[in-house]
Ligand binder design. Structure first.
Ligand code: PGA
Length: 249
């Protein structure tokens, strides 16, 4: 059975001082009992080096929140996949709905980012998810399938190496979580789509994200196709994040 993954997406939060506090609590909390899952934190790019140093020798892994679709060159402000790999970053979130919404990222761009990341030996966490309007119009399946199809089309059999995160846009930062039924239904659709694309679909971890917290994590992790969580707000509080990790049996 594949190990679940609990990933914290810090978004644009933190400071050198706050990062030290949060990580020391987290590392200390995980030191006594080995977690039953992989644990990951994704700080803002500017803190990746600091967090890499703070996580030396701990079980907590390091991820990035985004990556450039370009390999290298005159792209002011961008961070390449090779640079992330250079800092021992293991995962990079691509296609988060906030990137799609505020930075106009398209399915094709997200697919290219996933490819760049894979080429550098880093695992992309590909986010998909429908808006409330799309769900109410009955288009949730169609939207997530379209978003994942671009990644499959572009990366072919390498798609077995990605992590997928289903994050319904209406559940992100809103305190509204998808019900276990809603989550499982979409996860099963994504799993079937992966199965049609690769013989190794069962090794792909499909995370749920959107207002995951200590109270709802266990019910989500009990679902057959939920292989972990991508956690935003609750990943900034060490005790809460530790409770989510502990909810993995
Ligand atoms: P949230 O964010 O847990 O604060 O809803 C999740 C995400 O955007 O990854």
């Amino acid at each position: 059975m594949k190990k679940k993954l609990v990933a914290g997406n810090w978004k644009m939060h933190g400071s050198q001082l706050a990062n030290v506090d949060l990580l020391s609590e987290l590392v200390h909390g995980l030191a006594s009992t080995a977690p039953a899952c992989d644990v990951l934190v994704c700080p803002p790019a500017v803190y990746v080096a600091q967090v890499a140093a703070l996580l030396q020798g701990s079980v907590v892994q390091l991820g990035a929140q985004d990556v450039s679709a370009q390999e290298a060159g005159a792209f002011t402000g961008e961070v390449s996949a090779a640079m992330l790999a250079d800092l021992a970053v293991r995962y990079a979130i691509v296609g988060h709905s906030e990137r799609r919404k505020y930075h106009g990222e398209t399915d094709a761009l997200v697919a290219l980012k996933a490819q760049r990341v894979l080429a550098c030996g880093v695992t992309p966490i590909v986010c998909v998810g429908e808006t409330l309007e799309e769900r109410e119009a009955g288009h949730a399946f169609e939207v997530v399938k379209r978003q994942l199809a671009a990644v499959i089309h572009h990366n072919k059999h390498c798609v077995s190496e990605v992590v997928v995160a289903y994050e319904p846009v209406w559940a992100i930062g809103t305190g509204k979580t998808a019900t276990p039924e809603q989550a499982q239904e979409i996860h099963a659709v994504l799993r079937a789509q992966l199965q049609a694309a690769t013989a190794h679909a069962d090794r792909v971890r499909i995370l749920y994200g959107g207002s995951v917290n200590a109270a709802n994590a266990a019910a989500l992790f009990a679902l057959p196709d939920v292989d972990g969580a991508l956690v935003g707000g609750a990943s900034l509080k060490a005790a809460e994040f530790l409770s989510i990790v502990a909810a993995v049996q």
